[in-house]
Design a protein around this ligand. Structure first.
Ligand SMILES: [Zn+2]
Length: 345
């Protein structure tokens, strides 16, 4: 019985990713398999940094409205990229940031798929009303395991490990006050200070075993919680969260909890909201691509719906800002949305 259910969820995940259709029977897909020590986690299915760069250059050559820019270099000298769609600087602007933590890669996979999607004819009119900035894989050294500390105990098999930290073991999402590392500096100096940005979604992955109302979550969300964040900025962050919640929750595979997060401004969600008045949302996807703790790693059979979750979220955010419907969003769901809890094993 258990095996049958597993097969069903796998099929649902794959179908949902390839065809963008909603499946009526996929109630269980949010409960898709995590690593659990029962399968081999292969990182070869993920874009390497080099493959990502090749993809971005290919899309840049194909897409008239897209611009590709290098905003700096990682500690190990990898170029950091910004993808831009700016029709009119006066239009509202949203920034999507992925992989500050190198082992949280499905968000980048989703962002790349979304970049392709932005090049399609049906998105042309949407991009006439909103500017979109995307910084994919801010931490390429960690993503490629090219770091100055050992990763021998990491779980993924093959010749690539992915780690949260940058090359010298620093957590970039704790560096938004000091801006000590080149990756964080590039983001602040050449993106956050350079453009008038209204909204930002900071995309991450969390452990695989969090639940809400007794069901494993596909992800979790949170607005800025620093006491220094402007009330209006936080309100608009909550509206952005409402857009995402309303897009993900009805999908069948989507089930979101409220993230339990700190108020430190060294964290992007807080610091960027306070320093620049940008309405930020943290979006944590279920499970990581690699880790030394088994319960953090997501089985790759869940990749389909998790990549889809990023694409659906980014698409919903861009559309709601383009047509102004984000301003009508009711934020009261935040008052009743339960904090996710770690499922005991
Ligand atoms: Zn993270």
């Amino acid at each position: 019985m258990k095996k049958k259910l597993l097969m069903l969820t796998v099929a649902g995940g794959l179908l949902a990713s390839s065809a963008a259709i909603q499946l009526p029977f996929v109630e269980a897909v949010g409960n898709g398999p995590n690593y659990g020590g029962h399968e081999t986690v292969r990182t070869a299915i993920l874009h390497t940094y080099e493959e990502m760069v090749a993809f971005l250059k290919e899309q840049d050559a194909k897409q008239e409205q897209m611009e590709l820019e290098v905003i700096g270099q990682s500690i190990k000298g990898r170029d950091l990229y910004l993808v831009k769609y700016i029709k009119n600087p006066d239009h509202p602007t949203i920034l999507f940031l992925t992989q500050q933590h190198g082992n949280e890669q499905l968000t980048t996979e989703g962002a790349l798929e979304f970049i392709k999607h932005l090049g399609t004819r049906k998105m042309k009119d949407v991009l006439n009303h909103v500017n979109v900035l995307i910084v994919p894989m801010l931490n390429p050294d960690g993503a490629m395991g090219d770091v100055d500390f050992p990763l021998d105990d990491y779980i993924a098999s093959g010749d690539r490990h992915l780690t949260r930290y940058n090359a010298v073991g620093a957590d970039l999402n704790r560096d938004h006050v000091n801006k000590q590392y080149p990756e964080t500096k590039a983001l602040h100096n050449n993106v956050l200070r350079k453009y008038h940005i209204d909204y930002m979604i900071d995309l991450h992955h969390q452990g695989a075993n969090s639940e809400r109302d007794g069901k494993l979550v596909s992800g979790s969300i949170l607005y800025p919680t620093s006491p220094n964040a402007d009330e209006e900025v936080v309100y608009r962050s909550k509206q952005l969260g409402a857009v995402i919640f309303d897009a993900i929750e009805p999908t069948g595979w989507g089930h979101l909890g409220k993230y339990v997060g700190g108020s430190s401004e060294a964290i992007g969600r807080n610091g960027i909201a306070v320093e620049y008045g940008i309405s930020t949302l943290l979006f944590e996807m279920r499970g990581m691509s690699d880790h030394y703790i088994g319960s953090y790693v997501i089985g790759q059979k869940s990749n389909g719906y998790l990549i889809r979750q990023t694409v659906v979220a980014l698409d919903a955010a861009v559309r709601a800002i383009a047509d102004g419907s984000i301003h009508e969003k009711d934020v009261s769901f935040w008052d009743t949305l339960p904090y996710q809890e770690r499922r005991s094993e």
